[in-house]
Design a protein around this ligand. Sequence first.
Ligand SMILES: O=C(CO)COP(=O)(O)O
Length: 248
Amino acid sequence: MRKPLIAGNWKMFKTTAEAKDFAAEFKKIYVSSDIQVAVCAPFTQLEALKEAFQDTDIQVGAQNLHFAEEGAFTGEISAAMLKEIGVDCCIIGHSERRQLFGETDEMVNKKLHQAFASGIRPILCVGESLEQRDGGQAFDLVRSQMKAGMQGLHADQAAALIVAYEPVWAIGTGRTAEPEQADEMCGFIRQVVEDLYGEEAADKVLILYGGSVKPSNASELLNMGDIDGALVGGASLVPEDFIQIVNF
Ligand SMILES: O=C(CO)COP(=O)(O)O
């Protein structure tokens, strides 16, 4: 049985003081349940959040890591550095990183391997642009991102993977995918995992939807059969909004 996951992606928002305020507020309204909850914050807020959430089951995630174990990579952060402070999971290959920072499928693949090697659960982001959706290429594109991103992973790693389907046209635009549309792609992603790794891995892999998830649309999206959770941007910054999504 897959345990749903609601993960917040704070992107480049909140100072440490603001992150501590969020944690204090969120803890007052959060009740542990069989829904997993994670907050993926900027690097400099991770340690404070781990400390603030230490008496809860709320997970803390990063938004990126470098694919090398260590080395001369000025400005980068390694998986071991994240692991040392207790980081549980890490977003990998977010569309903003692919578009704005030149991340390729090959880099995404190396980052997945590094995350697994360090005991950090990766959240692999895939999703098409509006041009690709309108051009009828969405499914081919997502299949190729999945195949290239997962290259060389073992079946047990595939089963432990979290995939986030985030159509680029729905991120930060207020334009959410229709629940059926999102579920169709999440089902397709599960099929790709089954084709590559078999039924057991496909049954276990968690597949999230991301893109303008809000309190008002969370339950219809999250009640679809192949959507196992959400990766939430803007609405994860406000405790009262995020809790409503967690409690969908
Ligand atoms: O990119 C996203 C989460 O990773 C989605 O962002 P929004 O929820 O702000 O659209």
